[in-house]
Design a protein around this ligand. Structure first.
Ligand SMILES: NC(=O)c1ccc[n+]([C@@H]2O[C@H](COP(=O)([O-])OP(=O)(O)OC[C@H]3O[C@@H](n4cnc5c(N)ncnc54)[C@H](O)[C@@H]3O)[C@@H](O)[C@H]2O)c1
Length: 397
């Protein structure tokens, strides 16, 4: 299908960035929010961003001007979706609100239009159920800021058809993005599901008194060379965002349980930098200062612990045909700026090591960490990674 007109619903942090991408890709774009001030604020952000791109020589002033001309701010939802071929929703992360808005969009949009949601964690299938076209509803999960981050997770709902999938993959490419396909509507999709699982385990370890927050963060920085530890990163991005995904996993996964440490922090409102306090203290609300942790704290904790868990979750995604190894590694590299994909790392460390570490973790922390049957099969067939020439990838010459 040919896509000529895009409607973006929501002009907030994500919506304005997505609308900017659409307009810069040469498509007629309307951006809708609930009142004039919010759409204007979105337009102001777009003008600022285009100005920056011109200033850095990324686009020409003429192209910037053309992109702005293709963009129309709008308040009426009905007018916004009229004649649209592809609609991208980026309104707050509340299922009932998204369902209501999808119902309204469905009633006014052309019958062939595709309806995409930028949800970070809500089930695509349940959003689609509010419409009479669940086959044309899909997840299109951009990363923040959409103009700069190259990754888009394209997420299939239970009823999404292949035409919708292909059109969304090709639109993502037209936007200059690198799409990955999440073939099933699993909680957390690919990116959050994998990373959150590792984070939750270390939060359990702190809860049980095995390690301190500083020991875990120090090991990540001084042993694994990460710019920031897990807990400092949670503070930086906001614990509420991670908690939201964790809660969904807890509700929908039989063996996943959010660490009491995370729950207690959420309940106390100490959700990180934006609250002035999280796992660490900050000088004032919104002011991030890197927590100072001494190197000697890094001795006890193995910073690969999260890698074992992330590999396990990734292996289950592959075994259940949710995603390919290549897309999983691409997701982690582009979505989280990881220098190496988790499965590339697993191949280097050895799949047999992964399996034995996971047995140890599962014995203490439960069923969720039990080695995936895919990993045990790999060990049985001597696919141990680089050392045997085959693992998630082939290293045979
Ligand atoms: N911020 C992120 O880092 C990030 C990353 C990926 C995905 N997401 C997802 O993107 C979505 C939007 O997040 P955000 O950070 O841009 O939120 P935001 O609060 O910055 O923006 C949401 C906007 O939607 C508007 N809105 C509310 N109801 C509306 C309606 N009925 N029609 C049109 N607009 C309406 C609000 O006025 C607001 O301007 C959420 O589902 C979120 O989970 C966010």
């Amino acid at each position: 299908m040919e896509i000529k007109k895009i409607a973006v619903i929501g002009a907030g942090a994500m919506g304005h960035g997505i609308a900017q991408l659409a307009a810069m890709s040469g498509l007629d774009t309307v951006m809708r929010d609930i009142n004039k001030e919010f759409v204007e604020a979105g337009m102001k952000n777009i003008r600022w961003s285009i100005g920056k791109l011109i200033g850095r020589g990324k686009i020409s002033p003429l192209d910037g001007e053309k992109a702005l001309k293709r963009l129309s701010p709008i308040v009426s939802l009905k007018d916004a979706v009229e004649g649209a071929d592809f609609i991208i929703e980026a309104i707050p992360e509340k299922l009932a609100l998204k369902q209501q808005v999808f119902k309204e969009i469905d009633e006014s949009a052309p019958s062939q239009a595709i309806l995409a949601t930028n949800t970070s964690a809500l089930p695509i299938t349940e959003i689609a159920a509010a419409t009479k076209r669940p086959d044309k509803v899909i997840g299109m999960h951009f990363f923040n800021p959409p103009v700069l981050m190259r990754l888009v997770e394209v997420v299939m709902g239970q009823n999404t058809n292949t035409e919708t999938r292909d059109a969304t993959l090709s639109l993502s490419k037209k936007f200059g993005k690198e799409p990955v396909l999440c073939n099933k509507d699993v909680p957390g999709f690919i990116a959050n599901r994998i990373t959150i699982s590792g984070t939750n385990l270390v939060a359990w370890m702190v809860h049980k008194g095995e390690y301190t927050i500083e020991e875990i963060d120090a090991a990540a920085m001084y042993k694994a060379g990460m710019p920031m530890g897990t807990f400092a990163l949670l503070d930086f991005t906001g614990l509420d965002i991670a908690y939201h995904v964790m809660k969904f996993m807890e509700e929908r996964e039989p063996f996943f349980e959010v660490s009491p440490l995370i729950k207690a922090k959420m309940e106390s409102g100490e959700i990180g930098v934006k609250a002035g306090k999280g796992f660490y203290n900050y000088p004032e609300k919104g002011k991030f200062v890197m927590p100072q942790i001494s190197e000697d704290k890094s001795e006890r904790f193995d910073p690969m612990t999260q890698t074992y868990v992330m590999t396990n979750v990734a292996a289950e995604l592959i075994r259940n045909n949710v995603a390919t190894a290549e897309d999983i590694d691409k997701t982690l590299k582009l979505g989280f700026n990881m220098p190496i994909g988790v499965l590339e790392l697993a191949d280097t460390l050895g799949i047999d090591i992964m399996v034995s570490k996971l047995h140890e973790i599962a014995a203490k922390y439960g069923e969720f960490y039990k080695p995936s049957p895919l990993l045990t099969q790999m060990v049985d067939s001597n696919k141990l990674g680089t050392k045997t020439g085959e693992g998630f990838y082939s290293y045979k010459k």
